[in-house]
Design a protein around this ligand. Sequence first.
Ligand code: GDP
Length: 435
Amino acid sequence: MPGLVIVGAQWGDEGKGKVVDLIAEQADAVIRFQGGNNAGHTIVRDGETFKFHLVPSGILYPGKTCVIGNGVVVDPRVLTEEIEGLRRRGVDLSGLRISANAHLIMPYHLLLDHAGEAKLGKREIGTTKRGIGPCYADKAARLGIRVQDLLDEKILKQKIAAAIEPKRQSLREFVKDPRLDLHTMTEDYLALGHRLERHIADTPPIAWKALDDDRLVVFEGAQGTLLDIDHGTYPFVTSSNPVAGSACVGAGVGPTAIDEVWGITKAYCTRVGAGPFPTELHEETGEHLRQAGGEFGTTTGRPRRCGWLDLVALRYAVKVSGLTGLVVTKLDVLTGIDPLCVAVRYGGPEGASFDTFPYHQSVLHRARGEYVELPGWHEDITGARSLEELPDNARAYLSFVSEQLAIPVVMVGNGPSREEIIWSEAALALRPAAA
Ligand code: GDP
């Protein structure tokens, strides 16, 4: 199984970091393919908590090749801080590679992101205001500055000047802001480029070589399927494509390089920011999930909206990302909730009923989950290391999900630390394949 894509199957924060970290051990390379420092992964290793924003999750294995792919947008200030922080904690970063073609988040992108959300007022999207959207907009407008530009002072200055020009109008309240001074910005970015230089590389050949040698390459997605700019709940989405197909574009490989696609889902559902959420719980159970699951953003600290597992949305994710396996995380958070509800369809106004994810936003905004009740369990499940060790009702819950989605559950998370995971046969099979 040389090419494995791992994506979020919900609205992000599904626990991708921990899963990628575990699988990365067997991989030759881990490649992030989209998003920016609006993503945050938390990995708990030997009691130590690591929070990553840009660096791929495999970095905790010394010397592991971890690539920030061309599809990622990079804030070089954030990245250098993340690198320095990890280095101070003794993490070996010699395997870190940054695509020379990745686009850079510039100071004006941050200002535009703030200004854009402020202008929307109550209708704000709930972006993380890290400049990600404006950076992708400049990429599409052919006004982007790329990582490779950091290595050429003349080009960098010219490109920044050209990129700022069309934004003068929206940024006029910041004309005197030193962050927008062309000279200062060029100097700052050259200095950051200097610090990052040893990691800058032509990255697709790294993936090609590993795949040609039949080695395991993990393509690591950020955010989740329902936040996809094409297939998610637009406009309450991220500005890139977290679906699995985007791994090819964002890492520089063809679709035939992908052998398996695993979607990560929590055993329940969360969403950050605005937008439709048909299984949202506003009462006690929602608050219980938030506290028990620690549902506060890694990057922003914002409380996450919580709700029941949504199989309508997951069926959709299975299709748009072509999922071949499901990783269910945070099963332990459901312990003690009895009965458990799982949405198998949506209801809408005037008796409407939907088995599939409604394409029209007006419909989706008013859709509400229709539930099947399943019996819960009360035993502590964090010690289970095989499906057989789980209580019958927990196994039945997983089987129900797997049958409804018609894909196997390949791994189950039953606690935050890396030991708290159940590997299926399919997941265990990665090991000899990569040996
Ligand atoms: P990501 O962005 O998809 O990696 O998700 P986050 O890192 O934002 O959120 C996942 C959080 O859940 C982290 O704090 C993890 O330590 C934690 N976590 C991951 N898997 C499990 C699990 O199976 N059980 C519990 N209780 N916590 C988990």
